[in-house]
Design a protein around this ligand. Sequence first.
Ligand code: NDP
Ligand code: BG6
Length: 483
Amino acid sequence: MVSRVIPVEVFDLVVFGGTGDLARRKILPGLYRRFLSGQMPGDSRIIGAARAEHTDEEFRSLVKEAILEFVPENRQDQTAIADFMKRLHYVAIDAKGEGGWAKLKEVMRTDVVNAFYFSVAPSLFGDIALRLKQHGIADDNARIVVEKPFGRDLASAKALNATLAKHFNEGQIYRIDHYLGKETVQNLMAVRFANILFEPLWKSEYIDHVQITVAETVSVEGRGAYYDKSGAMRDMVQNHMMQLLCLIAMEPPYHFDPDAVRDEKLKVIRALDPVQPNDIVRGQYLSGGGQGGYVEHSENEQSKTESYIALKAHISNWRWKGTPFYLRTGKRLRARASEIAITFREPPHSIFDDAKGWRENVLVIRLQPDEGMNLMVMIKEPGPGGMRLAQVPLDMTFADALGPDAEDVPDAYERLIMDVIRGNQTLFMRGDEVEAAWAWTDPIIAGWEARGDKPQGYDPGSSGPEDALMLMHRDGRRWRDIR
Ligand code: NDP
Ligand code: BG6
């Protein structure tokens, strides 16, 4: 397979919060990788901006350290790193004050793409948007990238949308959900809409249920203060898992075009039924394995915040009525494993009366690790002895299929940043989508707050709380193993 790097225009990208954790771990190493792949043309530049005073040289050292820490060794090319350093600049700026803005205006070029990545606390988004406009730094062609969390409920998301809308139009606002930048997540759209095989079966008549799992082994240690105010519902379900659900459930858009795709996702979110209290299970990891439990990590002994959630969602439309979507996500689970599993129904009639071993067809889309797809199909078990059926996987591991090119597959952040430079909003959330997702989430959270529900404890390294198993068992189904 031939690697195809689609060039972008020359750009100036300002990373507000360019010295912060996200910039160090994801944004700047990702940009280096795009540079290495020849996707940072001409004299494109990255300008770090934060309050602390740094010279360009100091910022470059910080970025170099981040590359050495977060880019795999076999991609650390010393000559390329040295060249990349020349693209980096720094301006000390206070989002809440006037210092630094005049300097930023002086540094920015007006004849190249201008993009501004808000990698700072959401409470600063409005201040930065205002000052970019007040100081005449961002014009109507500029793009802004905003990080999650986008609000913590419908009211705050609406307020944030309104604040940004005072200074930028919707076509300029790129709301990041990094799950949309993952290779396999996009592959989901390719599988659905570039093949004739699946689409005719993609409906409740043929699909029994869908499972979406995002299991993590990490704890919330180090992020406890943020996480305790958020919990798995706000941190993962309202955004990442909702986006996955939308891509599985949406109608075919008329074109792979930003608004066509986002219109279809929005219709799915609006068709979601309210979740009944007995269709949702919340969990909190206990201490174990030599590590503290959630309450120690969050430093809140009374915390009722969930680090695990499992729920059953229903979509009330013609395509999906009668097919439940089971979602689960949690920290400190048995394995890091994210996948979507689509379980098909039984054939309407079996001609193999005596056949043993029949199992449902399942399409498994593995997001991470070991990205790939598996279609579980039935065959005759080879050899004599009558008709015995066996389930075998039609396996497509992307790393095998792509060969050496697999190494060059961009990570979610780098891909999304390049889309910002290209001006392509397809993989970014629109304001109304985010609001609709909160409108579905808010009553769920309000319900358990009103009832004072406590999450059920679960052992670290397990597959989550007992009640989550029951959520499936009582429907005669079972979760797939987390491994
Ligand atoms: P950090 O606290 O690590 O970094 C914050 C950055 O903002 C620093 O560079 C800081 O530098 C700068 N900053 C703080 N106050 C100001 C100010 N008044 N004016 C200008 N710059 C300021 O945060 P993260 O990098 O972790 O998070 C950034 C954003 O990304 C947040 O919205 C977060 O929710 C989101 N996010 C982070 C993830 C992560 O893994 N870290 C994952 C998903 C989203 P200085 O103090 O010098 O000003
Ligand atoms: C972030 C959440 O958005 O996504 C984290 O805030 C979570 O809590 C992370 O760990 C998971 O992302 P990934 O790409 O590692 O699956």
